[in-house]
Write a protein that binds this ligand. Structure first.
Ligand SMILES: [Zn+2]
Length: 325
């Protein structure tokens, strides 16, 4: 008698109460129900819950899976882990690193562990699903990548470079699967950084800004592992400085955020003096904008004031021990 996969899935859902666990079960054991295997999946899930987040580990899973297509090598069925809207309360520290706490009946999952999707064949990686191609769920039509053709060609040329970063990993697909171990999450941001570096080479707007924040996330994951995050923070600072110098950010609000990050990172890395010229530059931008706003009522100072005040607060509190908690 042929196996009715739909029926097996329905029955598995009764036992496992979670569609991701059902997919995981089918992937590992095929479409046959075995209580022993159900127990295995449940046991794994309870240990994963501890690993995936710091807050409450009880509640519904805030993650759902969708499928993407690689714009570089055309591999399909690449699993992307997405966060359900409003399922986490997000708290930011002064380096704009996020902490995720379960909300609205969901358990806590540190989404930074899962945010980057990776093509297991050519290691193209990005936390932005629009960088991938996909099939629209609404129209059923292909949606192309938002990355222009020339960077895609360079990304094709650099497959070997990305592969050398994962040399020694037997099966990248398994390695990056959920639950992602800290080393896999850190590597996922390194791969995303290699993609953004190609975009920066082609002078795409915001590529250096993205690079800076990938390294900020990486630093958080490194620190959480109990290791020294200063090298990653220095890399982030380098990208933000380059971004400011080249005016690589689109929009003023992004530029203020970049200036804020340069000031915060210099103080965090105990290079207070290097932060000073950037505070002066920030003050000058604010003064000039205020002068312009007198004749142009469209100019709004709230964004520049918010980031400048945040930066000045760090400067004033720089001796505090709990500043970076
Ligand atoms: Zn690929």
């Amino acid at each position: 008698m042929p196996v009715d996969v739909k029926e097996v899935k329905r029955r598995l859902l009764v036992f496992l109460k979670d569609e991701n666990l059902v997919s995981e079960y089918i992937r590992r054991f095929g479409p046959t129900i075995d209580i022993k295997n159900i127990k295995l999946i449940k046991e794994n899930e309870s240990t994963d819950a501890v690993k995936e987040g710091d807050g409450p580990s009880e509640g519904a899973d805030p993650i759902f899976e969708s499928l993407l297509i690689c714009p570089v090598c055309n591999k399909d069925n690449i699993v992307s882990y997405e966060l359900k809207a409003k399922s986490q309360q997000v708290v930011e520290n002064r380096l704009l690193q996020q902490e995720y706490l379960g909300a609205m009946g969901h358990k806590s999952v540190d989404y930074d562990n899962l945010a980057v999707s990776i093509c297991p064949r050519c290691l193209f990686a990005s936390p932005d699903r629009k960088d991938f191609s996909s099939i629209s769920k609404i129209t059923g039509k292909p949606v192309p990548t938002q990355i222009p053709q020339n960077p895609i060609l360079t990304l094709q040329e650099k497959i070997g470079e990305r592969k050398s970063l994962v040399a020694g990993i037997a099966n990248p697909e398994d390695f990056f699967k959920r639950p992602r171990k800290p080393d896999a999450s850190i590597l996922s941001y390194k791969l995303a950084g290699m993609r953004a570096n190609v975009e920066a080479y082609h002078e795409l707007p915001n590529s250096l800004y993205k690079l800076g924040f990938y390294y900020i996330k990486m630093a958080k994951l490194i620190k959480r592992k109990g290791e020294d995050d200063s090298a990653a923070l220095r890399d982030a600072l380098g990208y933000f400085e380059e971004c400011f110098k080249n005016s690589n950010s689109s929009g003023e609000a992004t530029e203020y955020k970049v200036l804020y990050m340069i000031i915060a990172l210099n103080i965090r890395l105990k290079e207070d003096r290097k932060a000073q010229p950037f505070i002066a530059a920030f003050d000058k931008i604010r003064t000039e904008l205020a002068a312009k706003s007198k004749t142009d009522p469209k100019i709004n100072l709230s964004s520049v004031d918010m980031w400048l005040n945040k930066a000045k607060n760090i400067w004033e509190d720089r001796e505090r021990n709990d500043l970076w908690n």
